[in-house]
Design a protein around this ligand. Structure first.
Ligand SMILES: Cc1cc2nc3c(=O)[nH]c(=O)nc-3n(C[C@H](O)[C@H](O)[C@H](O)COP(=O)(O)OP(=O)(O)OC[C@H]3O[C@@H](n4cnc5c(N)ncnc54)[C@H](O)[C@@H]3O)c2cc1C
Length: 377
């Protein structure tokens, strides 16, 4: 049995806590605010394999399998629906982007189909507008409730013996003889032989004092939620250039996002202009969104890495340290798998999926081409 500290109560940290507590380890998770306070509580909640980088696709496919059984495993309904994902084309140029995506992902073994015209798209999703020219369709993608799912992992971890401390901020990772020894918090020290850092956008600040560089840029995404509507849309939709995405929640509310922007300062509320712009963009493909009453708006932060792939790694320089961050707008779906991978690394097992593409050291090997978030739901 190892003493393991986890920093961060998002879906990555809580899923890791649950996996490790089930194995009988002494797990303490600390969260500076509350469970699901950051990206995991603010996300669109898409659970998709389509549009994934080839290195991420096997993780997303495994995650979709896990999502199917999560309510039973965690003992709580998480509103998971395997009801499909559409990536929409609105211009002739976007048709080619979507067609290429389908071609590439079918070659990787994903059952993604090309819907070549508006009639084919609306046969799948009648609520979409006649301005949509084509789409990709992955029937096995879907969505879930982010707050319910993250809390379900946290509650299950607790039931399996984990200690979860909310309102406790990690100030520093303690090192003795190049090994982690614990976490210093405002409420004292937590001794640990392993420390998992799953602190989202705050991860670089925790790693920097250890000489580890995680180059994250923060993207601010505006999110709009409507009053409940009658059942209108089963699928999650994104668009070819990722400037908006949306879905209808199980309770009937529409939830949609813009594509994010690199604002110099972050506020919890999007500007009125940002809300107007995203409503207009979404209404262009889903007309009912234009007439829906807005109930709530908020912003979320995306922890974007230079190659838009996460770090899931045990860096050699600091024994006992595991990093799981930089999910670049894709980490909600991956949560159940990321948690298991953290557990594998923490107990010294060979990770159950190939994590070579997710090493932190890749950022030391020279500059990577800049990328932008691809929020497709
Ligand atoms: C608007 C939006 C839409 C998105 N849409 C999708 C989608 O459709 N599908 C998808 O798969 N992904 C999506 N994502 C991405 C996904 O939500 C994230 O990748 C995922 O939630 C990341 O989870 P996490 O646990 O790694 O990080 P987070 O949820 O950010 O959790 C990190 C936690 O660490 C805590 N913390 C930070 N520093 C400290 C500290 N020093 N001490 C203690 N605690 C600390 C924070 O308070 C936070 O709760 C979206 C993201 C956003 C913002």
């Amino acid at each position: 049995m190892n003493a393991i500290a986890i920093i961060g109560g998002g879906i990555t940290g809580t899923a890791a806590a649950d996996a490790l507590a089930r194995e009988g380890h002494a797990v303490t998770l600390i969260e500076k605010s509350g469970i699901a306070a950051m990206a995991s509580g603010r996300t669109l909640g898409g659970v998709r394999q389509s549009g994934r980088h080839p290195a991420e696709l096997p993780l997303a496919q495994a995650a979709v399998e896990l999502w199917g059984g999560l309510a039973d495993v965690l003992g709580t309904d998480v509103d998971y629906r395997r009801s499909g994902n559409l990536r929409l084309a609105r211009t002739p140029a976007e048709i080619e982007i979507v067609r290429d995506l389908v071609h590439a992902q079918r070659a990787q073994g994903l059952d993604l189909v090309f819907l070549p015209d508006n009639a084919a798209v609306r046969a799948v999703a009648p609520a979409l507008s006649n301005r949509v020219l084509a789409a990709s369709y992955c029937a096995t993608d879907g969505h879930a409730d982010p707050v319910k799912a993250t809390n379900a992992f946290a509650q299950s971890a607790r039931r399996h013996g984990a200690t979860i401390r909310e309102g406790v901020r990690a100030l520093a990772i303690q090192i003795v003889n190049d090994r982690v020894a614990g976490v210093l918090t405002a409420a004292g020290s937590i001794p640990a032989e392993r420390v998992i850092v799953a602190a989202g956008v705050d991860t670089p600040a925790l790693l920097a004092p250890l000489g580890l560089h995680l180059p994250l840029s923060m993207q601010v995404v505006s999110v709009v939620q409507s009053e409940p509507l009658p059942p209108t849309l089963d699928q999650v939709f994104g668009v070819a250039n990722a400037d908006c995405a949306g879905r209808q929640e199980v309770g009937g509310r529409l939830r949609f996002t813009d594509g994010g922007s690199s604002e110099p300062a972050w506020t919890n509320e999007p500007s009125a202009n940002a809300v107007r712009a995203v409503v207009e963009r979404v209404a262009n493909v889903l007309p009912v969104a234009g007439a829906a009453t807005v109930s709530r708006t908020w912003t979320g932060l995306v922890d974007l890495t230079p190659d838009a792939l996460p770090v899931i790694d045990m860096p050699a320089r600091v024994a006992g340290l595991i990093v799981a961050a930089g999910f670049s707008g894709h980490g909600f779906c991956l949560g159940p798998v990321s948690g298991l991978l953290c557990a594998d690394l923490a107990v010294g097992r060979t990770p159950r999926h190939d994590v070579a593409a997710f090493q932190l050291a890749r950022f030391e090997r020279g500059p990577l081409a800049a990328t932008s978030p691809t929020l497709h739901g």
